[in-house]
Design a protein around this ligand. Structure first.
Ligand code: PLP
Length: 423
């Protein structure tokens, strides 16, 4: 075979800013000052499904050789009623969440778990450490869940008022919750201070290739199920990292040669009134301006899908959302709360699982696009339902709020802070 001699997980890292190869596989930046994401270039060009559980079947195109035991993976299915309702003959639905009758067993209920798994796998190769996450949302749930399952350490930092929001389906001494008396900006600032200590590691956001290529498995699963790269890819975005990942996965599928010769159009949706990327893109700008951000505090408090309210998305950076949209074509959709809620109702009438609000935003964008006659009935469309099934986990699994380890105060010295977190 032509791939003989190529190690599994063998890849090089390339800086999208300068184009140069980066030797340190665990770097988040090139070190030459370029404002660009790093990208993994896998030596193995044709993907083969590996006989490992969950998402690790996609190991060929994950930046790790370590296989964690898991059942978590994206699934792809078709639903005749939904296809008929939308007038689409070739609709494929990707779902990453908890939905046992369709064999979806992602206990933290979103595709963020696809980011957490390879991140922890790589951490094992990199000598371990404690991942630090500042969020009460799906990212914290995913990282806490996987840390508990694999027995690795994780610290979650949240504003005091959000401490009850993080439910995990596993209790673990490895996962610790700290609160700050402040808002998210304070929690993030505190998390950054913690990651400056040795042994504490930032989750890395969009700059972490494990997160992006983990998310990219949704596109891989969709394309392999459909036998081709779709014509259009629908997803709700806050940071847009999922859109970048879909583009990168599609580039690999193009190179593979068996899945078609065209990139999918990216149809990305944001939840109005907070739609900074949609505004910048629709105005043809690479930069997000203050005007695009609008009255952020107020607008963010008024959206249905809070997970979509990232104020500093990797939009302008080389290899980021703007570049993904430029390469793929497609469009940005602004979806109102009402549109998202009515899409959700329609979904629930045809599938036995409640979507994450963000997934409802994606479904609404697809409905709207079909209503405007934007999509022809024969096009192959992939709808990424990025999360769902929290309702089902509450029936099947015992979920518990994490206990607070301690409250951190913003005025603490580094020595005091270390004492608190090194418990
Ligand atoms: C984080 C998240 C998104 C947005 O993902 P990005 O691609 O990072 O913008 C969408 N849906 C769900 C359920 C999420 O948790």
């Amino acid at each position: 075979m032509e791939t003989e001699g190529v190690l599994m997980g063998d890849y090089t890292l390339q800086c999208m800013g300068g184009g140069e190869t980066v030797d340190d596989h665990f770097a988040l930046k090139c070190g030459n000052g370029h404002n660009g994401l790093l990208r993994a270039i896998y030596n193995k060009k044709q993907i083969e499904m590996r006989p490992y559980g969950g998402m690790f079947k996609f190991l060929d195109w994950l930046p790790t050789d370590t296989i964690l035991k898991t059942e978590s993976a994206p699934i792809t299915f078709r639903n005749r009623k939904i296809s008929k309702e939308l007038g689409l003959k070739n609709l494929y639905i990707g779902f990453t969440g908890y939905y046992p009758e369709r064999n979806a067993k992602v206990k933290s209920c979103t595709f963020k778990e696809m980011e957490a798994l390879p991140t922890y796998a790589r951490l094992i190769e990199n000598g371990g450490g404690t991942v630090v996450v500042a969020s009460a949302g799906n990212t914290a749930r995913a990282f806490a869940q996987i840390a508990a399952e694999v027995g690795m350490d994780c610290i979650v930092v949240v504003p005091k008022l959000s401490a009850d929001d993080i439910l995990v389906a596993a209790e673990s001494v490895h996962v610790k919750l700290f609160t700050v008396d402040g808002d998210y900006a304070d929690a993030t600032q505190m998390a950054n201070r913690i990651t400056s200590f040795e042994g504490y590691i930032p989750e890395g956001g969009a700059s972490n290739i494990a997160r992006r290529d983990g998310m990219g498995t949704v596109m891989l699963d969709g394309a392999i199920s459909a036998g081709r790269i779709p014509d259009r890819y629908f997803q709700a975005v806050g940071s847009g990292t999922g859109g970048i990942s879909a583009w990168e996965a599609s580039l690999r599928l193009l190179d593979d040669g068996r899945y078609g010769d065209r990139l999918p159009k990216l149809e990305l949706a944001q939840n109005a009134p907070f739609t900074p990327m949609a505004k910048a893109w629709n105005a043809g700008r690479r930069e997000i301006t203050a005007e695009d951000l609008g009255n952020a505090d107020k607008d963010i408090s008024n959206v249905y899908a809070h997970v979509l309210t990232n104020r500093r998305p990797p939009y302008s950076v080389a290899g980021g959302v703007f570049d993904a949209m430029t390469a793929c074509g497609g469009g940005f959709h602004e979806i109102s709360n009402d549109e998202a809620r009515s899409a959700e109702k329609l979904w629930i009438s045809m599938e036995n699982v409640k979507p994450d609000p963000a997934a409802s935003v994606a479904f609404a964008a697809l409905i709207k696009a079909t209503e405007y006659g934007k999509i022809s009935p024969d096009e192959c469309v992939f709808l990424n339902m990025t999360g769902g099934g929290l309702d089902r986990t509450k029936e099947d699994l015992s979920l518990a709020a994490m206990g607070v380890t301690s409250e951190l105060s913003m005025g603490m010295t580094d020595t005091e802070l270390r004492k608190c977190i090194d418990v």
